[in-house]
Design a protein around this ligand. Structure first.
Ligand code: HEC
Ligand code: HEC
Length: 330
């Protein structure tokens, strides 16, 4: 009996050590092997007919065809919640089902959670509205609206079977090694020309499916300019943006087979973030606890002595080292 317990506990200890190693590797290397717990949920079209299926499908439509339903060009002004013609899927790739493409799988059970940007515990509704106000440069959906219920339903559907509180492998976008130097918008311009311009166009304004005013949105979304995300969006932070780009762009790229080098990803993200985009009012009120401010939040105030320029472009390691004691927020 004792021997058996000892054997079990040594297996447990080994497992613990091995999983500890796996975590350390994820944090430190660019490429990790895919793990088996990544599973794309089945198509909600297959759900049994009824109000639940309708809501889930409406939620999916809101994510995939956002400008057609709640974009700035829809005929009913009351429905114009998004301020630009991006879709949620422009960033939450493949309807929120892409590993390291900011997936929405498993996110239902990850909220409420503490968020440093507001320095409070936020609900999933709050988080969705954060993207409406920033990534979509628009206004918040009412909590009891059919649209909010539909988005929640779709995210709940995508999260079926994933335990509350579990962070699935592939959430967010993959960690990218930091550069020792500041990212360079000048070098990024060359990367942009070579690789991104073909789809996102030379002026970064993307390519419409149809024409302005038709609420159809884009074949290739704009990366800056008046119809893009605003300067308070997560994608406007260099670490978030460079990690997303490395793992997912050009579209079709995967984390396992990136097209860009680590340096190219940082530099092209810096180039994109140096361009004009809509301004969000009162960014100085974000991160009320400045000790927990994201190191790449590209707007003042800061409690540390690093320049605005360094918060924009890095190098970030010295800022992170200086912030060791405050828990950082993704
Ligand atoms: C311009 C890119 C962009 C667009 C467009 C966008 N988001 Fe996001 N979204 C992000 C980023 C970046 C994050 C932060 C991811 C992280 O914390 O790792 C995020 C986070 C989220 C999260 C939390 C995910 C998590 O893993 O905790 C939800 C939910 C969400 N967005 C919903 C939406 C919805 C709904 C829309 C459309 C109305 C939308 N987003 C549009 C970039 C975008
Ligand atoms: C083959 C066409 C193509 C190429 C090349 C391409 N992208 Fe994209 N990109 C897309 C599409 C399409 C989306 C939106 C995904 C969707 O709607 O499914 C997107 C989305 C994005 C987004 C998030 C949405 C937004 O509007 O900000 C960023 C950032 C981005 N691309 C950056 C880049 C960068 C940087 C490069 C070059 C390294 C690049 N892309 C190359 C097609 C492309």
């Amino acid at each position: 009996m004792n021997r058996r317990a000892a054997a079990i506990s040594s297996v447990l200890i080994m497992t613990f050590i091995l999983s500890g190693l796996a975590v350390a590797q994820t944090a430190e290397t660019t490429l990790t092997k895919p793990k088996s717990d990544w599973a794309v949920p089945p198509d909600p079209e297959g759900l049994e007919r009824g109000p639940w299926r309708e809501m889930v499908l409406y939620g999916k439509q809101l994510i995939v065809e956002t400008p057609r339903v709640v974009g700035p060009e829809v005929s009913n002004p009351a429905m114009r919640y998004a301020g630009n013609n991006l879709t949620c899927q422009s960033c939450h790739l493949s309807g929120g089902t892409q590993r390291f493409g900011l997936p929405l799988i498993g996110v239902y059970g990850a909220f409420p959670t503490y968020m440093a940007r507001e320095n409070e515990v936020r609900t999933l509704e709050d988080r969705i509205n954060g993207c409406f106000e920033r990534s979509m440069n628009g206004r918040a959906l009412p909590g009891d609206s059919r649209e909010m219920k539909a988005i929640l339903s779709y995210i709940q559907y995508l999260s079926t079977g994933i335990p509350v509180g579990k962070t699935i492998e592939g959430r967010g976008s993959a960690a990218l090694p930091l550069l020792q130097r500041a990212a360079s918008p000048q070098r990024g311009a060359a990367v942009y020309k070579k690789i991104c311009m073909e789809c996102h166009q030379s002026d970064g304004q993307g390519k419409r499916i149809g024409s302005k005013g038709d609420a159809e949105g884009y074949q290739f979304p704009p990366l800056w300019g008046p119809d893009s995300f605003n300067d308070g969006a997560g994608m406007h932070r260099l670490i978030a943006s460079a990690s997303f780009i490395r793992a997912n762009m050009p579209v079709g790229t995967t984390y396992e087979a990136p097209m860009l080098s680590v340096e190219e990803a940082w530099d092209v993200a810096a180039y994109i973030n140096a361009q004009q985009r809509p301004a969000r009012a009162h960014l100085e009120l974000d991160y009320p606890n400045l000790g927990r401010k994201a190191v790449d939040a590209p707007f003042p105030p800061f409690t540390d002595a690093f320049s605005l320029q360094q918060h924009r472009l890095g190098p970030f390691q010295p800022i992170i080292d200086g912030q060791r004691r405050g828990g950082r927020e993704r």
